[in-house]
Design a protein around this ligand. Structure first.
Ligand SMILES: *Cc1c(COP(=O)(O)O)cnc(C)c1O
Length: 461
């Protein structure tokens, strides 16, 4: 299995090379040359199988010659042993045809762990094979940084530097990064915004001499291996509810379109999915493009669901590529225009392709809070604000007959202030992370200055 760029200007690469590179050198995103197919019998056989086994099956379809069966099984075993629930991503029932898919049983209580825990064994396998040692730099507005720290801490082959905006993330999110005692992990509080952190990261990659000197790699949500890891729980959830013999629908809280695109991947592989409801907060670029056909950047506003406070949905380029019939010339044209002007209009055929599977809605802050309160009152479940966005959007716009599964992307204790304000109930941290507030933190504070960050990153090598 080879990977091609959505913009057509880069050579095809292996799964391993797509994993280590992140972005393609022509600025496009890697996608598989063809979509692997699972037969209905193969999907049916996932019923009752351990999560790690299903994950290995899916991973093998995408890894090609990059992994043997034993290597894929070892990687998924290791990755998901860190999850605190035997089902790894269990379902819980809220109503006759409404389910929560709990993706927060990993070490940092958010769904980013599902992909990041698998990246560690995949990276180490690739680096051992190539005799390399590399540096991962990651810019985070909260959950990605903690998931990366938990995944890569103590790795002998990887140095990890996390950049986060000083004073602009929650205490729980910060402590999940800064409480790691391991020497290969360094956390930087940047005097600036998340956008400054991302701009610095981009500049590090753009400086080829620097990037080569530290063997720089990225694990943000455009990394193809993360999408593969996230497609797995669409299969396990749907099969548990009777797929492939009846279709299932999903409501997905999203900002960067990573998680919703993973659902599209499962669909393309043969899983019968009736609808995918794309649920955004007030940062509604995805809801607007589905409604109007115009993909246009907007101003970012701060919400109770900060992991989705994004107005450019990087993974949308992958869906666009599919919706225009996998035409790389058209995709390159469209995203060059988008880069220059901040907006692009979808051809009408592409709009049709997208609305054949996706619905979308954006949720106000009042509705998000009301949803948290209603869910608690009616079912006794405390849900985090991101999950509430999915529940509200799903229940408001979804009219299909198939059961609806709302992705629950964070544990309520990760966003305690918002949950308590809406429900009056304080969500307790699970016991396994109970001493988080007692652990010492290690933080280096730096100005939002590219050169200062370069000096800091080099010093760790
Ligand atoms: C990152 C995140 C999301 C959004 O994920 P996308 O990759 O944008 O789909 C939703 N909820 C939580 C809690 C997150 O951390």
């Amino acid at each position: 299995m080879q990977y091609i760029s959505t913009r057509g200007g880069a050579p095809a690469v292996s799964f391993t090379d797509a994993l280590l590179a992140g972005l393609a050198p022509d600025g496009g995103l890697y996608v598989p040359e063809t979509w692997p197919q699972l037969s209905l019998d193969e999907i049916r056989a996932f019923a009752g199988a351990p999560y790690a086994r299903v994950a290995a099956e899916i991973l093998l379809r995408f890894a090609g010659a990059s992994l043997t069966r034993d290597e894929a099984e070892a990687a998924t075993e290791t990755a998901y042993a860190s999850f605190a629930h035997p089902a790894r991503t269990p379902l819980s029932q809220l109503d006759a045809d409404l389910w929560l898919l709990e993706l927060f049983h990993g070490p940092t209580l958010a769904f980013k762990d599902v992909a990041m825990q698998l990246l560690r064994p995949l990276y180490e396998h690739a680096l051992k094979a190539q005799g390399r040692r590399l540096t991962i730099v990651c810019a985070t507005s909260g959950d990605t940084g903690g998931a990366a720290v938990e995944a890569f801490r103590g790795s002998p082959d990887i140095d990890l530097v996390v950049l986060f905006p000083h004073g602009r993330i929650s205490e729980v999110q910060r402590r999940f990064m800064t409480a790691a005692p391991d020497d290969n992990v360094r956390c930087v509080a940047v005097d600036g915004t998340f956008d400054d952190c991302q701009a610095i990261l981009k500049a590090l990659f753009a400086d080829r001499a620097f990037a080569d000197a530290v063997d720089l790699s990225g694990v943000n949500s455009i990394n193809w291996a993360r999408i593969v890891a996230q497609s797995v729980y669409y299969f396990t959830a749907a099969v548990a509810l009777g797929a492939p013999d009846r279709p299932i629908s999903f409501a997905v809280p999203t900002g960067n379109f990573g998680d919703a695109f993973a659902g599209y991947v499962a669909h393309r592989m043969g899983l019968p999915i009736a609808r995918i409801v794309v649920a955004t907060n007030a940062n509604d670029i995805l809801a607007r493009v589905v409604a109007s056909g115009r993909y246009a950047r907007g101003a970012v506003v701060a919400t109770q669901s900060p992991a989705m406070d994004i107005q450019v949905a990087s993974n949308f380029e992958r869906l666009y590529f599919e919706a225009v019939g996998r035409d790389p010339v058209e995709t390159a044209r469209a995203f060059t225009v988008f880069g220059a002007t901040g907006s692009l209009d979808l051809p009408s055929q592409a709009r049709g392709e997208i609305s054949a599977l996706f619905d979308a809605a954006s949720t106000t802050e009042a509705h998000t809070a009301q949803q948290m309160a209603d869910t608690e009152r009616r079912t006794g479940h405390l849900v985090d604000p991101h999950t509430a966005v999915a529940l509200w959007a799903g229940q408001t716009i979804y009219r299909g007959a198939a059961p609806l599964v709302a992705l629950s992307t964070a544990h309520p204790a990760k966003f305690p202030e918002a949950v308590q304000a809406a429900t009056g109930v304080h969500p307790a941290l699970p016991k396994r992370v109970g001493d988080l507030y007692a652990r010492p933190e290690r933080i280096t504070r730096l100005p939002a200055d590219i050169e200062a960050v370069k000096v800091f990153v080099r010093a760790g090598r």
